[in-house]
Write a protein that binds this ligand. Sequence first.
Ligand code: 3UK
Length: 523
Amino acid sequence: MQDHTVTVTDEEITFSPTFNVAVPFIDRHLDEGRTDQVAIRTNHGQEVTYGDLAERVNRAGNALLGLGISPGERVLMVVKDDPAFFYLFWGAIKAGIVPVPLNTLLRAADYEFIIGDSAATAVVWSPEYDAEVVPALDSLSPGPKHRIRTEGDGTTLDALMADAAAELSPAPATATDDAFWLYSSGSTGNPKGAIHRHRDMVVTSQRYGVDTLGATADDVFFSAAKLFFAYGLGNAMTFPLWVGGTSILFDGRPTPETMFDMIRRFRPTLYFGVPTLYAAQLASFEELKPDLSSIRLCVSAGEALPPEILHRWKERSGLDILDGIGSTELLHIFISNRPDDIKPGASGRPVPGYRARVVDEDGNDVERGAAGRLLVQGASAARAYWNNPEKTARTMLGDDWVDTGDTYLRDEDGYFYYQGRSDDMLKVGGIWTSPFEIEAKLMEHPLVLEAAVVGRRDEADLVKPAAYVVLTDRDAAGDELEAELRALCKQGLAPYKYPRWIEFVEELPKTATGKIQRFRLRA
Ligand code: 3UK
């Protein structure tokens, strides 16, 4: 087998013994005649061809090597959605250096922790994030050896690349060598660095991007989720580069206005969002009258997609939303609906190449229809968490099996239904109850935009569901609506599940990636 190549069959993906993943994702396109084709377009009107991309990746890799950074060392990236993200990420991998993209919305204390935890040799950041990154760097002594802005003041990636050679041979890696890390922040505790290998992006791009979404070189990918998030990294970088398509990058804040505007200007064929954003886009649909005619399919992940959002979106836009569950540890989506098989309220069935089990506390498979912990196996699973043997042992179970920490139910037909994070589940009257099921019921009411349910203790010190509700029309709040919502839940759910308290709020607490922080509502 030729070096740096992949063979794909329905059963398995095999890699040449020498395999650096930058070659099939970046250099391959030059041999396949895509040199002058556009790989990236930005909201600032910038266009990068596959030829430009390959050259700039080489320059970025050489820039890092030129600083004396050695293979295996970490380069932290606090970089906005911009072509420079691609150059740095792939340049590092091609040079055998480990890029670690970080959430750009973190605070100085978080960066300080991660810089220390990763023992990074260099930090590269977009000047937009000076206010949080510079104090983090200053508070560490000795701190990382190299501080580099992508552009602007001081040492910059731009300037280093301009002085670097345009040719670079790929570091001689194998498919199971470490390639990059992603930090996962659970709802509690410090973030953990999930170590991903050269093979992992091939597996997600082929099994989800191609086999599930049907992505081809004709697709134009636009992701509201940013590149630093494993979801966005796949949507807007690895999938388009795997098939030779085009990625649209937006370096601002995703809002209904900015997303609809980008879609109108750049006419993507695939659009990737999170449930909260779809809900917000629906709330302003009438007012903004978006043109979505270029899109063939919308995708949702990050949180379960309430069926009501799916129905309302289809009604307004005529488009389907494909819900699927992914994680930082598995790198991308591993259980998904399929374009020709969408079950509202379900996450779908395992993506080709992945296996899933639902187990009880002792690790035994539960019966069909019963809830349990979701375990997943796939060849894109992270090898380990950096510097954290206890969490690794609890999560990475061996043979590429991962404990997702989610509670799921599998029905008779093999479809998987999300019940909540295992630590968000509430016991009501001794019975495990999914907050998500109650939230979905509340959202059936036309005035409900979003809902979050947590457990709260009543006068008798028993845990009962409490609901926080965001309305489409805030003036509708009141006793009357509260009674209607309670009636809706009593009618449609097991009797003990109706929310005993309903609070109308302006918004729900969410993470940077759009997940409701139920632990904050509990506090
Ligand atoms: C939850 C979902 C129900 C679930 C991600 C797509 O979200 C991603 O990764 P994270 O590491 O979080 C993982 C956790 O998020 N979740 C994600 N998607 C769904 N729950 N339905 C869904 N559709 O608790 C999971 O364990 O931030 C999503 C692709 C790559 C990703 N990393």
